[in-house]
Design a protein around this ligand. Structure first.
Ligand SMILES: C=CC1=C(C)c2cc3[nH]c(cc4nc(cc5[nH]c(cc1n2)c(C)c5CCC(=O)O)C(CCC(=O)O)=C4C)c(C)c3C=C
Ligand SMILES: [Fe+2]
Ligand SMILES: [Fe+2]
Length: 348
């Protein structure tokens, strides 16, 4: 029998790194969707190729879908979408990445201010910064415990579950896996709903109240909701919680779903046709907010603040006011860090 097993074990001999990963800093991995590296057709093609090949995103038989994707979508869509990215691109890059990074940095600072020994990394599910590399950065910093935070308040298999899949796929390659926790959704968390409420009130204090406030969530095929995806319910729970916070003004609040992709029926009502109908009916002023997006991106800045604005005004609406996403708002970042700290409790 080896000396190791026959003698009383010296813990340092068995675990030479007695200060090792189990006692290292707590890791926090924030994960958003991903975005092209540049607003060019080639970069958009790379991004869409990876994103739309995920079977969590497009649930069709893979062989059939890959033919459609490569023959029809990746040949046309990148050159149609790249100029839209160019219109919203910031000096520091894609808005989704810039705002997500700013939020991650503000969260890291707030966790430090709370005296927590944490390391925060930002990753994108598709593209860069790559998720496996971010996990390895946390492990290299000695984090044996990692809280994974998909940056989606409402759970969908196509956004949240695929982050869990990607983390698990990376861990499948490791012998000594870190311990994991997931903050998989927070659709009615006080800090999130309060932040939305503050944002609406601050906007109204400055600009006055609108005739209607439209909450526009990213859509999802009705088929996947019927199969049991909890996303629609989560969106409605967020909307209800915000309506309650708004008190009497909650009557102004309506819900719609944007960014339909493909031919099948998605969650309804659709955002743009709703706004067009309102414009025709004589609804004058509409405020629009996208609570399902923590960071402004193509879907909010181009589709909503440009496309839907134009459609509403062309249909007869008088004023369209877009309320930005929470992004790296300092109060929100502090409170989001608080929510993350709550989910680290017991690990300290
Ligand atoms: C906020 C939650 C999101 C859900 C749910 C979601 C589902 C979903 N999306 C597509 C297809 C596309 N989405 C695209 C962009 C995009 N989607 C989200 C978020 C959710 N998607 C974000 C934050 C973004 C913006 C990325 C950016 O770079 O700014 C795109 C790419 C743009 C385009 O070509 O139109 C596609 C395609 C599906 C099919 C789906 C669920 C089944
Ligand atoms: Fe999307
Ligand atoms: Fe879109």
């Amino acid at each position: 029998m080896s000396r190791f097993l026959s003698e009383a074990p010296d813990p340092r001999a068995l675990d030479p790194d007695a200060s090792g990963p189990d006692r290292g800093p707590l890791g926090v991995l924030l994960v958003n969707l991903g975005t092209p590296d540049e607003p060019t057709p080639a970069a958009v093609r790379r991004y869409l190729g990876e994103f739309l090949s995920d079977p969590r995103v497009v649930e069709l038989p893979a062989a059939l879908w890959q033919v459609i994707l490569r023959l029809f979508i990746l040949t046309r869509r990148p050159s149609a979408i790249a100029p839209k990215y160019a219109e919203i691109w910031l000096d520091r890059g894609s808005p989704l990445l810039v705002h997500s990074r700013d939020l991650a940095e503000a969260v890291a600072a707030s966790l430090r201010d709370r005296g927590l020994d944490t390391r925060v990394e930002l990753a994108m599910r598709y593209g860069r910064p790559a998720l496996p590399a971010a996990l390895e950065t946390l492990r290299a910093a000695g984090c044996g415990r990692i809280l994974v935070v998909p940056m989606y308040p409402q759970y969908a298999a196509s956004t949240t579950a695929t982050v869990v899949d990607a983390v698990a796929a990376h861990l499948a390659r490791l012998r000594h896996q870190p311990t994991l926790r997931f903050l998989d959704r927070f659709p009615t968390s006080d800090v999130y709903v309060d932040a939305l409420h503050r944002s609406v009130r601050a906007h109204w204090d400055q600009a006055g109240k609108p005739d209607r406030l439209l909450l526009s969530f990213h859509g999802l095929p009705q088929r996947v909701v019927r199969k049991g995806d909890p996303y629609f319910r989560d969106c409605m729970r967020t909307a209800r919680a915000l309506r309650e916070r708004l008190g009497a003004d909650g009557e102004r609040l309506h819900v719609a779903f944007q960014s339909r992709f493909g031919a099948e029926a998605w969650l309804q009502p659709y955002t743009q046709p709703t706004l067009e109908a309102w414009g025709r009916e004589g609804v004058g002023t509409v405020d629009l907010m996208c609570p399902g997006f923590l960071a402004d991106c193509l879907e909010t800045l181009e589709e909503i603040d440009m496309g839907c604005r134009e459609a509403f005004l062309a249909a007869g609406g008088r004023a369209f006011r877009y309320i930005p996403c929470l992004n790296a708002d300092p109060d929100w970042a502090r409170d989001f860090a608080g929510l993350i700290a709550d989910n680290l409790a017991g690990w300290r």
